[in-house]
Design a protein around this ligand. Structure first.
Ligand code: GLC
Length: 428
């Protein structure tokens, strides 16, 4: 692409982020997702920082203003009523002053915060903001370990597929199949009114998603009991890798600010998780796998979730090379990468949400991990795929076989990642 067209792309991306800006938070896209989503907001801040650092911090501050007293940061904050989304606050009924959902999402806030601080033009502002956010992020990480790893294995479980952020990934099929559907209250989905049902999760999955929500609601959203009461408890390598990385990033910032206690605590949690990670490795597949805590076994699902541990530099050199090679293989099987599931697996679906399509936020995290692990050329190739994909619009996700944009349009985090990727590539 010429410098001129790159500049045009950056301007388009910035306009999308601005257009979805609601003042103190940004909606993922109009219509389909009219509220604030947890990891969307944090990753959006990476794009916002290029035009307004104060606004980027505000995105995260708004999210943490709705942190639960127990430390959880909810996956959705329902700032204003809007019935174009289901399930809304009347289904969750979490009893929070501003309604929120009752589950969480991948904890990217810590890794984003370090990036905001280290790239800040206004260092004083960044330090002031970071000092206030650090204890809140640490409380969330502490919550993960206390509530989602009550037996102290070192790794945390998700209790609902939506907590992974990769809602209908093949990773969850087996565990989700054990979730009952009896007693699910009648409901009308709204997502399939905005987007082609062939690109969304199926009804059978949706019923089970809602059964879990009803179950947790019936237990008063008391996180002290939800883990053991949930028939769905899966250790996701992706969320655990993100947690390790964020722990180490907040520890790094805390040391810099002289907050040694907070730093030591985060480092200790990260070290325990690192030590436990080997239990998720599959030598046959050359990647990490989810562990089904209810069935007591690894889930054979070659998805991108098991490659995200690169982000935290997990594994020895052999494992990191194996993960790099897996990314090369995945890319070689499609027109544009990185597919979220291996196309060689018969369960792969090129257009259905998290069962194959490319997502730019995943590419961003993978490229970051590849760089960190000493594979800059692979990182550059993944970033180039991202920039090629947005030539087909700032879509929610993309068909890896054709490059076609799918799902919601004018999508905030896709645009934010483009802004960040252009800046990173220019700096390289
Ligand atoms: C979908 C995605 C999730 C995202 C949300 C808002 O639920 O699976 O990762 O946070 O949409 O964009």
């Amino acid at each position: 692409m010429t410098t001129h067209s790159l500049e045009a792309l950056r301007a388009q991306a910035a306009a999308i982020v601005r257009d979805n800006d609601r003042g103190a938070y940004t909606v993922p896209t109009k219509g389909l997702y009219p509220f604030q989503w947890n990891w969307d907001s944090c990753l959006t801040a990476l794009g916002q920082r290029h035009s307004d650092e104060r606004r980027a911090f505000l995105e995260i501050e708004t999210l943490f203003a709705h942190q639960w007293p127990d430390g959880m940061v909810p996956h959705i904050v329902f700032h204003t009523p809007d019935d174009s989304y289901f399930p809304g606050p009347e289904v969750w009924r979490t009893g929070r002053p501003t309604p929120t959902s009752g589950i969480t999402q991948p904890p990217v806030a810590g890794l984003v915060l370090r990036r905001l601080v280290e790239t800040a033009a206004d260092r004083a502002l960044a330090e002031e903001k970071a000092r206030l956010l650090l204890p809140k992020i640490a409380a969330w990480h502490r919550w993960f370990h206390a509530m989602r790893d009550p037996a102290g294995s070192g790794l945390v479980a998700i209790l609902h597929p939506w907590e992974s952020g990769r809602d209908n990934s093949i990773d969850w099929d087996e565990a989700l199949a054990r979730v009952p559907t009896d007693g699910v209250e009648p409901y009308v989905r709204r997502d399939t009114q905005h987007v082609d049902p062939a690109e969304r999760p199926r009804k059978v999955e949706y019923d089970r998603y809602l059964w879990l929500v009803q179950r947790f609601r019936s237990l008063g959203w008391d996180n002290r009991v939800l883990h053991d009461a949930s028939p769905f408890r899966v250790v996701d390598p992706a969320i655990n890798a993100i947690l390790v990385r964020s722990e180490e990033d907040i520890a790094h910032l805390a040391r810099r600010f002289g907050e040694t206690e907070l730093a030591a605590e985060a480092e200790a949690r990260a070290a325990r998780a690192r030590a436990a990670f080997d239990s998720l490795w599959s030598p046959d597949l050359g990647q990490y796998l989810p562990f089904d805590r209810v069935a007591g076994q690894l889930v054979t699902s070659p998805s991108v979730g098991g490659l995200l541990p690169l982000l935290a530099g997990l594994g020895d050199e052999g494992k990191r090379i194996a993960m790099r090679d897996r990314i090369r293989t995945l890319r070689s099987r499609v027109r544009r990468g990185v597919p979220t599931h291996d196309p060689a697996d018969p369960r792969f679906e090129a257009k259905r949400y998290w069962r194959g399509p490319c997502w730019l936020i995943i590419n961003y995290l993978l490229a970051d991990g590849l760089d960190r692990c000493g594979f800059p050329e692979d990182a550059a190739a993944v970033r180039a795929d991202s920039l090629a994909l947005v030539e087909n619009g700032f879509a929610e996700y993309y068909d890896p076989l054709t490059g076609e944009g799918l799902g919601g349009g004018n999508f905030t985090w896709t645009a934010a990642i483009v802004i960040e990727t252009l800046a990173t590539s220019a700096a390289a």
